[in-house]
Design a protein around this ligand. Structure first.
Ligand SMILES: *[C@@H]1O[C@H](CO)[C@@H](O)[C@H](O)[C@H]1NC(C)=O
Ligand SMILES: *[C@@H]1O[C@H](CO)[C@@H](O)[C@H](O)[C@H]1NC(C)=O
Ligand SMILES: *[C@@H]1O[C@H](CO)[C@@H](O)[C@H](O)[C@H]1NC(C)=O
Ligand SMILES: *[C@@H]1O[C@H](CO)[C@@H](O)[C@H](O)[C@H]1NC(C)=O
Ligand SMILES: *[C@@H]1O[C@H](CO)[C@@H](O)[C@H](O)[C@H]1NC(C)=O
Ligand SMILES: *[C@@H]1O[C@H](CO)[C@@H](O)[C@H](O)[C@H]1NC(C)=O
Ligand SMILES: *[C@@H]1O[C@H](CO)[C@@H](O)[C@H](O)[C@H]1NC(C)=O
Length: 649
């Protein structure tokens, strides 16, 4: 069962007018108007495009013409269709009915969710003068970087955007060739000299393409503006070999960012000194709040650079709504009167968060009948299937919200508990099996939280119940799908934790059973997990440790978690995953100093996985000492030793 029932009166612009009346095609082409779903399926999250179109006509179209066209329509035409077609031809593309002043593009451009023949293009124009008219933009997709002539432009059309979607402009460019690099830009319909920056992306191979032999993904999570520069994005943007960016969530954070604590609300960091306090400077709860927060993040130049240079695959985690979100609440809020934050209850807040996310992100709606669905997959030739899961907002049963940890521990084995919800679980397992059947080599599973059973090593908080460790039966159903169907070559991606974790992957009961899982050889492992550190969010090990203390803490973690081969809590950064037909390699990058822009990065360690092995290749990191963090060398019984704060003695 899906957790939310969309019954709140939300966007006041909805009206009772029949939705079958054609909307203006130039509004329909901007998919922000039907994001995340069409009006027929969710009155709370969608726009009535027909209604918006009628309002624009009422405000700006010659009334007499309307009547004339309507009269003409009596002879068998659908008057509304006739009106729309006529309006489009005469009033749309030349921008007569639209805004005719100056337009700027302060949020740059973005692309995402490429298929073999299409991709999503995004921008967000800003009008120089106040207007209630639509802004009309033409998009152009070209096979050459600086050539917008008819010979190179393979797809172009125009669309409108208005205040109803916060001036988001999101279109699908179509008719493209697979495995091809494209460039795109946006242009004011009424003035060709007003153009956006140029962006670029690659289409993916066709699903049955058996030739493609390389895919390189840069994987990010936990980008918290006040805590530091987004150097990670900049480095990946500059790397030619990187094909796509994947963000597994916590792209924004909901808290205020100037360090001031407000009772009952989240506070993370103080961005004042770095001039990185996001707008609005309070915990965000309304649609306008979330929109402003995205705008303020998207002013970051490194973030803009990566959005413009590569297509992204995005999924959300908790902070796109609020800390430790689950289906009916978050750590600081729920649907009761005492659970209001800034006077807003959870469901209303979640709707606002979801709406703003779809407006600002270059993602597809793969199921416009399901407002909350973001989980989806991509077939990258026969080389890989990329799954993007939502373990967070779609239908997660109650999570650890700090005051209920013991209760969550007590129910952590309940079979009824799910991270993903039954609908998504079924889809995931069915498609893992289909992936094997269609002969895709790698199953890359982009998701939010740490999958492996993981002890954090603190006596009072042995595991993080806000990860898969709070949903053991869901994890078992996933693992059983892999083992019972002999599905090989699964690679798990995770974020959320603000630290790096690289693991073989094992059932919980293998943890202390060396006949089931041998930590030294990896025998018994069923997959591999790469969990990346944060782009900027502070270390979960603590913020003020010395390098020696960070290394010691990492050494402790790899010693008490048999499947965990590498851990680091010192560096902010990201990792890249490169797969070929025969092997996968992951490179973990650490940013030297995130409090300065353009800081260098270092490769902390790299990891190899052979096709068919389902475990990390030994020796880990080629037997070299890592440049940060700790590798598991031999498993030591630390229970017999004393931890003195920095090391075992
Ligand atoms: C936030 O940082 C600024 C600049 O470093 C400092 O002046 C201010 O006192 C800090 N605020 C809090 C609440 O710590
Ligand atoms: C709702 O949230 C408030 C504030 O965090 C908390 O005190 C209360 O226990 C929560 N109620 C439920 C049913 O979760
Ligand atoms: C959950 O199941 C595991 C065995 O798989 C067991 O060791 C553990 O004690 C159980 N936890 C609870 C809270 O029942
Ligand atoms: C594994 O053994 C250690 C040390 O005896 C113990 O602390 C831990 O709880 C065990 N883990 C599991 C999952 O059984
Ligand atoms: C350890 O694993 C082996 C192999 O899977 C199994 O036969 C054995 O029963 C397990 N031992 C315990 C104590 O669970
Ligand atoms: C990081 O950069 C900041 C700003 O340039 C500087 O103040 C700080 O000392 C640097 N930290 C380290 C560890 O180098
Ligand atoms: C802890 O042990 C390490 C290694 O023996 C030593 O270098 C360090 O000084 C000790 N720390 C304390 C606080 O005793």
């Amino acid at each position: 069962m899906q957790g939310l029932t969309f019954t709140l009166p939300f966007l006041a612009l909805l009206s009772a007018v029949a939705v079958s009346v054609s909307a203006l095609p130039q509004l329909e082409r901007n998919i922000a108007y039907r994001s995340p779903s069409r009006i027929q399926f969710s009155r709370d999250l969608a726009h009535d495009v027909g209604h918006i179109g009628r309002n624009i006509r009422k405000r700006h179209l010659d009334e007499q013409r309307t009547l004339r066209i309507r009269a003409r329509g009596k002879g068998g035409y659908n008057p509304a269709d006739q009106l729309a077609a006529d309006y489009d031809g005469e009033w749309g593309s030349d921008g007569k009915a639209a805004y005719r002043g100056k337009v700027s593009f302060p949020y740059n451009v973005a692309s995402g969710d490429p298929y073999d023949d299409s991709a999503i293009l995004w921008t967000h124009p800003v009008a120089a003068e106040e207007t209630d008219k639509p802004i009309c933009l033409r998009y152009q997709t070209s096979t050459k970087p600086d050539d917008w002539s008819a010979a190179s432009v393979v797809d172009t059309n125009y669309a409108w955007t208005t205040s109803e979607v916060d001036y988001s402009f999101k279109v699908e460019t179509t008719g493209l060739k697979p495995k091809t690099q494209y460039w795109y830009r946006f242009q004011a319909c009424h003035d060709k000299s007003q153009v956006s920056q140029t962006g670029s992306f690659k289409t993916i191979p066709e699903a049955d393409d058996a030739h493609v032999d390389k895919l390189r993904l840069a994987v990010f999570s936990c980008s918290n503006l006040p805590f530091g520069y987004f150097n990670a994005y900049q480095h990946a943007s500059d790397r030619e070999a990187t094909d796509y960016a994947v963000h597994v969530g916590d792209y924004i954070y909901e808290a205020r960012g100037d360090g001031v604590k407000v009772p009952g609300q989240n506070t993370y960091g103080n961005g004042t000194a770095l001039n990185r306090v996001p707008r609005p400077n309070h915990e965000i709860v309304t649609l306008d709040d979330y929109r402003q927060r995205y705008a303020s993040y998207r002013e970051d130049k490194s973030l803009q650079a990566l959005h413009a240079s590569k297509a992204w695959f995005l999924v959300w985690d908790d902070h796109e709504v609020a800390d430790n979100a689950y289906n009916h609440g978050t750590a600081d809020g729920n649907n009761t009167a005492s659970g209001e934050v800034e006077g807003v209850r959870f469901t209303e807040r979640k709707l606002a968060a979801v709406k703003a996310y779809f407006e600002w992100m270059p993602i597809r709606q793969v199921d416009t009948t399901d407002s909350l669905r973001i989980w989806r997959q991509f077939h990258y030739g026969k080389l890989a299937d990329l799954f993007l899961l939502d373990t967070r907002n779609f239908d997660r049963d109650i999570t650890d919200v700090y005051w209920n940890t013991d209760a969550i521990t007590a129910v952590s084995n309940d079979t009824a508990r799910s991270l993903m919800g039954g609908k998504q679980e079924k889809w995931f397992y069915d498609n893992l099996i289909k992936s094997k059947q269609r002969g895709a080599t790698w199953k890359i599973v982009g998701q939010q939280i740490i999958v492996n059973p993981t002890s954090y090593g603190q006596p009072t908080f042995p595991v993080n119940r806000d990860s898969w460790d709070g949903y053991n039966a869901n994890r078992r159903r996933f693992f059983d799908t892999l083992t019972k169907n002999k599905i090989d070559d699964t690679i798990l991606l995770a974020g959320d934790s603000h630290a790096a974790w690289v693991s073989d992957t094992i059932y919980e009961e293998y943890v202390n059973n060396t006949s089931a899982y041998d930590p030294e050889s990896g025998r018994g492992s069923i997959a591999v997990e790469f969990a990346g550190t944060a782009v900027s969010s502070p270390s979960s090990y603590g913020q003020k440790l010395t390098p020696a203390q960070y290394t010691a803490a990492a050494a402790k973690l790899v010693s008490i978690n048999p499947a965990l081969k590498f851990a680091d809590g010192q560096y902010r950064g990201y990792f890249e995953l490169e797969v070929t037909k025969r092997e996968a390699n992951a490179y973990f990058y650490g940013i030297v100093n995130n409090t300065m822009p353009n800081s260098d990065e270092i490769v902390l360690a790299s990891f190899n996985v052979k096709k068919g092995a389902n475990k990390l290749t030994r020796p880990i990191n080629g037997g070299q000492a890592p440049k940060g963090g700790a590798l598991q060398s031999k498993v030591v019984d630390y229970a017999k030793q004393k931890w003195n704060g920095t090391a075992f003695a």
